[in-house]
Design a protein around this ligand. Structure first.
Ligand SMILES: N[C@@H](CCC(=O)N[C@@H](CS)C(=O)NCC(=O)O)C(=O)O
Length: 210
């Protein structure tokens, strides 16, 4: 049955549309317009109590009935376990997926997200402080990713949900003013990701109204 994806056109939303496309799962988008406060609708809060996209509702949950999942990392793990794909069942390769997935949700998301916030401020002083702090951290994280990808094609060796998590944010590198030419291994990986038809579909699916 069809999974409902509650999302908007942002990095965290795109992670899940990319993953659903790669997994070949049927899904329907419910746009949650966070610019208009739709994340505070009681019906949405019932499935996403932290008032953030993304969330999913799977009518075929693991206990036989419907299940809802919020937090993008939890959603990616849920979908990987449901399909048995993009998360090795055991061993060091599984540990590596956990590491790079948590790296994204804990760091490479919050830091560039702050750049997106401060870059839009009118007050020059506030903007300068925020950008100095979070751009430096964002660039540091790109450096970590570049070193990781220097000798492997994907973050955990094989393509995994960690790549889907990270690609959602690299997709917005221009907005946080990072030139991928400065991080050649990330650039090569990003191009390889975008060359995948399912990833391209995940970025193309409409996640906003009209
Ligand atoms: N830790 C969350 C972060 C999700 C998140 O920050 N979502 C943003 C859009 S990218 C949102 O819905 N913001 C609306 C709000 O905070 O009111 C996740 O990984 O799912």
């Amino acid at each position: 049955m069809t999974i409902q994806l509650h999302a908007f056109d942002t990095p965290n939303g795109r992670k899940i549309s990319v993953a659903l496309e790669e997994m070949g799962l049927p899904y329907a988008v419910q746009v949650v317009d966070i610019g208009r406060g739709a994340q505070f609708d009681p019906a949405f809060l019932a499935i996403s109590p932290n008032n953030k996209i993304p969330a999913i509702v799977d009518p075929d949950g693991p206990d036989g009935g419907p299940v809802s999942v919020f937090e993008s990392g939890a959603i990616l793990l849920y979908l990987a376990e449901k399909t048995g794909r993009f998360l090795p069942a055991r061993g060091a390769a599984r540990v590596a997926v956990f590491e790079w997935l948590m790296f994204q949700v804990g760091g490479f998301g919050p830091a560039p997200g702050q750049v997106h916030h401060f870059i839009a401020l009118q007050d020059a002083q506030q903007r300068a402080y925020g950008l100095e702090r979070f751009m430096a951290e964002t660039r540091r994280l790109y450096g970590v990713m570049d070193r990781r990808l220097a000798d492997r094609p994907f973050f955990a060796g094989e393509l995994s949900i960690a790549d889907f998590a990270i690609v959602g944010w690299v997709w917005r590198h221009a907005r946080h003013q990072v030139d991928l030419a400065d991080f050649p291994h990330v650039q090569r990986w990003y191009r390889a990701m975008l060359d995948r038809p399912a990833v391209a579909r995940g970025f193309a699916v409409p996640l906003r109204h009209g």
